[in-house]
Each structure stands twice: as structure tokens, then as C-alpha cells.
Design a protein around this ligand. Structure first.
Ligand code: FAD
Length: 300
């Protein structure tokens, strides 16, 4: 008689699955707490104190008889998640892509996730450069991994000066023939490979006809086929574009379960808009966490 136990596949255990939370603010920590208490391993990646960094006195959040500082709230939240078993990593996420699983790249390493919660707070507006809005989708891109293909053998520029700009330039280097870094009046914060030409002058205007074809700097004009915006730190809107998630006014669109519409990817807190308050971020984080738990259980 056939031994069924030998032929059946090994069942996955909760510990074989991993959730990654980007953001260690109220939304991210709250989501992580629900995942951890359901028994799933969680990596929380956050780079700083987020919006609460400069909140000296919070007195409208439940449970504190006396005002509490934003930093204190964050520190306690991180301690709480760690006590429940979270792996909290202080790092900056520079890229997300689909591989065998979701792949989250930070400045120093790569994380794999079966479920992802984006809780990175409010997103930055695009830099205020003449022509940038006008040419969005017509030579102005916010996602190298999505659009590099269209610039095979072409001359492109990256606007930025940080790790995020470096990450986008490296993505482009696999397709474009020439890459110019436009730091828009700043000094590069990290070192860039020799083959990337660096222009530090202020950007005055982006010009073109039906598509971008020129960038006007304070000291010269450069002919260009495309421009990738990667200034500052990658935010929720950048991640959404890389994952093909829907955006509305730079906020990630989610349903009542904080589900983005892309299997296993949830978003919570300020990055989804609405009332930008701690209590809302905590509530949405709880919903995102429980939704992610339900999703991960379907993989067991
Ligand atoms: C000055 C100020 C005062 C405020 N006062 C109050 C108040 O009194 N009461 C109140 O209810 N609300 C207040 N708010 C609003 C409140 O701070 C936000 O609504 C709340 O923090 C949102 O939580 P969140 O988790 O969505 O985002 P955030 O708290 O902003 O957390 C975002 C997280 O994402 C991380 N992150 C972002 N990008 C990356 C990246 N690329 N890689 C890795 N990590 C990343 C950040 O490091 C941070 O950990 C205040 C906001 C400000 C700016």
C-alpha cells in the first residue's frame, strides 16, 4: 500500500512566511503588532522618527494623561514590537521589485517578503522645477525599474543626490548608454560610479516638444532623451509606482481592508491620505496587519 505521508508535500509553517513592514511610525508598528501576535515573523524597516520627529507635545492620542513627545511614542512603539519578536532594522528602503517573492532593497541589503505593508508616511511632492509636471509620462519618469527599458541606448538624466538616486542610476545603467546625475545645486551625498557624469548646477527648466529633449541648467543646456526623478528619500508614491499600485494625488489607493489591489501588499497611515493623525494611522495599521494575517494564512 502507498505511503501517503511520503508522497504528500511538506506543509508550510507560519515561520516559513515573512511579512515586511516599511515604516516604524504608528501605522507600521501597529500593523506589525497584529502580524506578530498571529505568529508570523516580521521585519520592520524604518529610517527615522517620521512625522512625529518634531512633535514635542502630543495630547490628543488616547491613553496619556500628560502630553507625550512624538519621539517617546515612537521609541515605546518600537520597544513593544521588539518585545513581541519583531526584527527592527534602521535602514532606508531604496527599491522594491517582484522576484520569486517581493524583494525590498535597502541601502545595505535585500529583504524577501510574502506580505508587505507600506507605512512610510506622507510622500514628498515632486521637485518644483519648471516643465517637470508638464512632461510627466512624456520623458519624465519616477521609476527606473519600470521605464529603463524605453531608454535602451539613450542618454538619460537622474535628478537626485542620495542613495535613492544611486539606486535608480544603477537600474538605468543596464539600458541607457549615458547617465547624467543632476544634483540641482547640491553636493552628492554618496559616491557615484565614474561613468555617471555629475552636474551640480541648479536646474532652471525642462524643455521639449511632444517629449522632453533638453534640460536647462544655470551654467549650460544639455540635450537629453529622458529624466528620472529620484530626489531625497524614496517615499510611498515612489514605491507605489514601482509596484504598479494606484495613486490618487500621490496617496496610495486602498480599500476598506487597507488592501492595495496587488496580492499581499497593504498600505496604512499618512501614505494613504485621509485624516493625518496618530489615532487614524494606528487604526489603519491594525486593519492592514489583520488583512495581511488573513492573506498569509491562505499561503499555509
Ligand atoms: C510637527 C507635527 C506634529 C504632529 N502632531 C500630531 C499630534 O499632536 N497628534 C496627532 O495625532 N498627530 C500629529 N501629527 C501627525 C502624525 O505625526 C502622523 O499622522 C502620524 O505620524 C502618521 O503615522 P505613519 O506611521 O503613517 O507615518 P510616520 O509617523 O510619518 O512614519 C513613517 C515611517 O516611514 C519611514 N520611512 C519613510 N520612508 C522610508 C524609506 N524610504 N525607508 C525606510 N523607512 C522609511 C520613516 O522612517 C518612519 O518610520 C503631527 C505631525 C507633524 C509633522
Amino acid at each position: 500500500m502507498e505511503n501517503l505521508s511520503n508522497t504528500s508535500e511538506k506543509k508550510l509553517d507560519k515561520k516559513d512566511l515573512k511579512a515586511v513592514v516599511i515604516g516604524k511610525g504608528p501605522a507600521g508598528i501597529s500593523a506589525a503588532i497584529y502580524l506578530l501576535r498571529a505568529g508570523f515573523p516580521v521585519d520592520i524597516i524604518g529610517k527615522d522618527y517620521g512625522a512625529l520627529d518634531k512633535a514635542d507635545k502630543v495630547e490628543n492620542y488616547y491613553g496619556f494623561a500628560q502630553p507625550v513627545s512624538g519621539r517617546e511614542l515612537i521609541d515605546e512603539g518600537v520597544k513593544q514590537a521588539k518585545r513581541l519578536g519583531a526584527n527592527v532594522i534602521e535602514d532606508e528602503v531604496v527599491g522594491i521589485s517582484f522576484e520569486d517573492k517581493l524583494a525590498i532593497s535597502t541601502k545595505s541589503r535585500k529583504f524577501k517578503a510574502d506580505a508587505l505593508i507600506i507605512a512610510t508616511g506622507t510622500s514628498r511632492p515632486a521637485p518644483n522645477i519648471k516643465g517637470i509636471k508638464e512632461y510627466e509620462g512624456r520623458g519624465i519618469s519616477y521609476c527606473a525599474v519600470c521605464d529603463a527599458f524605453f531608454y535602451r541606448g539613450k542618454k538619460v538624466a537622474v535628478i537626485g543626490d542620495s542613495d535613492y538616486a544611486l539606486h535608480e542610476a544603477m537600474e538605468l545603467s543596464q539600458a541607457a548608454s549615458q547617465i547624467i546625475l543632476l544634483t540641482n545645486g547640491k553636493k552628492p551625498q554618496v559616491s557615484f560610479p565614474q561613468n555617471i557624469k555629475i552636474e551640480e548646477a541648479k536646474i532652471l527648466e525642462i524643455k521639449g516638444d511632444d517629449k522632453v529633449n533638453k534640460v536647462v541648467l544655470a551654467d549650460k543646456e544639455i540635450d537629453i532623451d529622458g529624466i528620472f526623478v529620484a530626489s531625497g528619500v524614496a517615499g510611498s508614491a515612489d514605491f507605489a509606482r514601482k509596484l504598479g499600485l494606484q495613486l490618487n494625488n500621490n496617496k496610495i489607493v486602498v480599500d476598506e481592508n487597507q488592501f492595495t489591489g496587488n496580492p499581499g501588499i497593504f498600505a496604512a497611515g499618512d501614505c494613504t491620505g485621509g485624516l493625518l493623525q496618530i489615532s487614524v494611522a494606528v487604526g489603519e495599521g491594525a486593519v492592514a496587519g489583520t488583512s495581511a494575517v488573513k492573506y498569509l494564512r491562505t499561503l499555509l
